[in-house]
Design a protein around this ligand. Structure first.
Ligand SMILES: [Zn+2]
Length: 87
């Protein structure tokens, strides 16, 4: 896929989430995260995401907090957990 931000086009490999099989989407991480563009599985039904919330301590009940499956293209498409809130 081609991901465009701030007038810069970045070519990213197409990846499907290994947990749910959905195509992953490009997301530009906040500058203070230290990441650039990452690939994220945004599927709310993804087993990886749904199973993650019980691993989070002190989770607020009124907030959907979980770890989405993500890949970092800057790091050889290495998988990591992106903690996501209130989507
Ligand atoms: Zn998934």
């Amino acid at each position: 896929m081609i991901f465009k931000y701030a007038g810069i086009e970045t070519e990213l490999e197409d990846h499907d989430c290994p947990h749910c099989g959905k195509p992953m989407e490009a997301w530009l991480a906040p500058p203070d995260s230290g990441w650039g563009v990452v690939l994220v599985c945004y599927n709310n039904e993804c087993p990886h995401y749904k199973d993650s919330d019980k691993d989070i301590v002190n989770k607020r009940d009124d907030c959907t907090l979980g770890c989405r499956y993500a890949l970092n293209p800057d790091n050889g498409y290495k998988p990591f957990n992106l903690v996501a809130m209130c989507f």
